[in-house]
Design a protein around this ligand. Structure first.
Ligand code: ADP
Ligand code: ADP
Length: 226
């Protein structure tokens, strides 16, 4: 089943001499449950594409359709709701709230939305992420790998359709990176969520179902991994 459809997507920054075609006419479909790695040189448009998939930026032209909704036809308010409920974001830096403990950080998206907590799902998620013993710790009492596991928990709390990760292991050593990607893969597989992950690390990319290579804002290669 198709979850994401990108049609003639373009994002232009600046004008005249300064004009950059950060995303240059990309067409793409992604199926439910697929794990897609996005690779390519720095400045090739990977982050811009990811932001457009998640509704955090507006395209210059073209469409992004997620779960049948043309997201850029939504009002700002509707788009904010889409982001909160349908998309989980994971970044290189964890952006945890320092005064909230592990469990509170994970529950934050639900609490902000007055959403009833599905205790079974959340407990299972915390357990998959190996954070049972750390539930009541503050972020500064955790290692980098543990903090990234908390940010995965927060990204998955709403049980989103798509999980978007921008260099999620960029700050971790190779052992921790492998662990984080294994966990991320395990969690999204369990809930049949779709994962789109930007990485410079070809070992990590090779764990995906599909590797898309971007250069100068365009897809230059799109290969399935068997
Ligand atoms: P990475 O290569 O790790 O994706 P970048 O240096 O390309 O990191 O960009 C990080 C973020 O900074 C981008 O997602 C974008 O929003 C912003 N950014 C990148 N280049 C510029 C720029 N020239 N002007 C303003 N913001 C930029
Ligand atoms: P990548 O993630 O592959 O490193 P980005 O998507 O961050 O690439 O950037 C693609 C191009 O768009 C780069 O040339 C970058 O400088 C430019 N860019 C990104 N964000 C901005 C921004 N907010 N303002 C101006 N230029 C930007």
């Amino acid at each position: 089943m198709e979850v994401v459809r990108v049609e003639n997507l373009c994002k232009v920054y600046g004008t005249g001499e300064m004009k950059v075609n950060a995303v240059d006419n990309i067409n793409l479909t992604i199926n439910q449950g697929e794990f897609v790695a996005i690779v390519g040189p720095s400045g090739s448009g990977k982050s811009t594409l990811l932001h457009l998939l998640g509704g955090v930026d507006r395209p210059s032209s073209g469409k992004v359709i997620v779960d049948g909704t043309d997201i850029y036809s939504l009002s700002e308010e509707e788009l904010a709701i889409f982001r909160r409920r349908k998309v989980g974001f994971i970044f290189q830096f964890y952006n945890l709230v320092p005064v909230l403990d592990v469990e509170e950080n994970i529950l934050l998206p639900l609490l902000l939305d007055n959403k009833k907590v599905d205790r079974k799902y959340i407990d299972e998620l915390i357990s998959i992420l190996g954070l049972n013993e750390r539930k009541n710790h503050l972020p500064n009492e955790l290692s980098g790998g543990q903090q990234q596991r908390v940010s995965i928990g927060r990204a998955l709390a709403y049980s989103p359709s798509i999980v978007l990760a921008d260099e999620p292991t960029g700050n971790l050593d190779s052992q921790n990176s492998k662990e984080i990607v294994d966990l991320l893969k395990l969690s999204v597989q369990k809930y049949n969520q779709t994962l789109v992950l930007i990485t410079h690390d070809l070992d990590i990319a090779s764990q995906a179902d599909r590797i898309i290579t971007i250069e100068d804002g365009s897809i230059v290669k799109d290969e399935k991994i068997s």
